[in-house]
Design a protein around this ligand. Structure first.
Ligand SMILES: Cc1ncc(COP(=O)(O)O)c(C=O)c1O
Length: 408
């Protein structure tokens, strides 16, 4: 399969150089099929969903619900009621942090997260904890960037029921390590503690089956998996979604309203107040179809591993380069590399690389506490997608070497 031909943005030139897009962990490029559906719906089916009888509204509703069904199938959720559309991973996590903590968190309780969480899986819980007199319990990562399931178990045991929820990244956006999430869920459940997985990166690089994972919640964004921005998903087990209070009040999430009392719509609409981003939600169907095709192409998967191994080897050869996220089992590393280079600021390197047509990320990667753990304030990150090539990796390594030379 020729993955590149599906994505028109990859044909761009930047400052006269062919674009090398290595910032896929921040957002992925969109395929023709998504762009075409987006435009077609805006022209042919621009009517508010679930509301009117007219044709435009009915077509928009059908497209929206087809997007939901595509998500349900992709993550193997049992029913459409388990799939809530939100605006992204951040919104999905905030929904759970707000509703779960309102019902189940009391003074002295704790929410357990890891040291390697994105701010959206950290600050959301911090805010909720502050509201309820609770605190974060932070599971450390070791020098390689790995968490210890044994340490998790030790903390759950010692907490004697005070840890009310575990919130963990499926894959860290800084370390690029696939966490042992099945083991974490199994361990947490033994102590009666539910688990939310931040799947912003996991949905892109792993085959996610929420029933096999047995997680209680799984959150992800559309834009990292080839859909537009402004759409995200919260998967939840039905018993939790039924038990939690509603999040936002407004249109669509109600059954009946009087000034005295409101009853709420059944799932999933209970959590979908107000006009939704139905065009983007509908685009989840073609986006996930592309994701599936890319994931099931053995040649592309082999190429991804080859690029990962190549970069791992070549980057560690560069003098003064320190790489973060080096799991003992290299198969648990995705093609995502965060590093610092002695004598060269990450932001300066990113700027020079940009002038060479190479898009990489620099900064704290929305994971400041993790950077502090490694004594850093800013990293450079190259994150790959299946449409990248080994030739691009080679160009990147030599461009990086040149950029470092300029700065030293
Ligand atoms: C691991 C992880 N969690 C959460 C997020 C937040 O996603 P969004 O900004 O789409 O809500 C990201 C985005 O980079 C991420 O990588």
């Amino acid at each position: 399969m020729e993955a590149r031909t599906l994505f028109p943005a990859l044909d761009r030139e930047i400052y006269g150089k062919p674009l090398i897009y290595f910032d896929n962990a921040a957002t992925a490029q969109r395929p023709f099929s998504v762009l075409e559906l987006q435009q077609r719906l805006c022209v042919e089916a621009n009517g508010n969903i679930h509301r009117a009888i007219h044709k435009l509204s009915a077509d928009a509703t059908d497209a929206y619900e087809a997007g939901r069904e595509a998500v349900r199938r992709h993550i193997n959720a049992p029913a459409r009621e388990n799939v809530i559309f939100t605006s992204g991973t951040t919104a999905s996590i905030n929904l759970v942090a707000s509703c779960f903590c309102e019902r189940y968190l009391a003074a002295g309780d704790r929410i357990l997260i890891s040291e390697a969480e994105h701010h959206s899986n950290l600050v959301s819980w911090q805010i909720a904890c502050q509201r309820h007199g609770a605190a974060l319990d932070v599971l450390p990562v070791d020098e390689a960037g790995e968490i210890s399931p044994e340490e998790l178990e030790r903390r759950l045991k010692a907490a004697e029921g005070r840890i009310k929820l575990v919130a963990l990244a499926h894959i860290s956006n800084v370390l690029g390590i696939v966490n042992p999430v099945r083991e974490v869920v199994e361990t947490a459940h033994r102590y009666g503690v539910p688990v939310l997985l931040d799947g912003a990166q996991g949905i892109v690089h792993e085959r996610v089956d929420v029933q096999a994972l047995d997680c209680d919640f799984y959150a992800f964004s559309g834009h990292k998996v080839y859909a537009p921005t402004g759409i995200g998903v919260l998967y939840g087990k039905r018993e939790w979604l039924e038990a939690l209070p509603p999040y936002m009040g407004g249109g669509e999430m109600i059954e009946t309203v009087t000034f005295e009392k409101t009853t709420y719509a059944p799932l999933p609409l209970k959590y979908e107040a107000g006009t939704q981003n139905y065009v983007a939600a509908a685009c989840m169907a073609p986006a996930l179809e592309v994701a599936r095709q890319l994931a099931e192409d053995p040649a592309l998967q082999a190429a991804q591993r080859e690029m990962r191994d190549y970069l791992l080897e070549e980057l560690t050869r560069i003098e003064g380069l320190r790489l973060f996220g080096t799991p003992r089992d290299p198969e648990r590393k995705i093609p995502l590399f965060s590093f610092v280079v002695e004598g060269a600021f990450a932001s300066d390197l990113a700027q020079i690389l940009d002038k060479m047509g190479i898009a990489v990320r620099s900064g704290h990667m929305c994971a400041e506490p993790l950077l502090h753990r490694y004594g850093q304030t800013s990293l450079l990150r190259a994150s790959l997608a299946p449409y990248n090539t080994l030739a691009e990796c080679e160009t990147f390594v030599s461009a990086l070497r040149r950029a470092i030379k300029m700065l030293r």
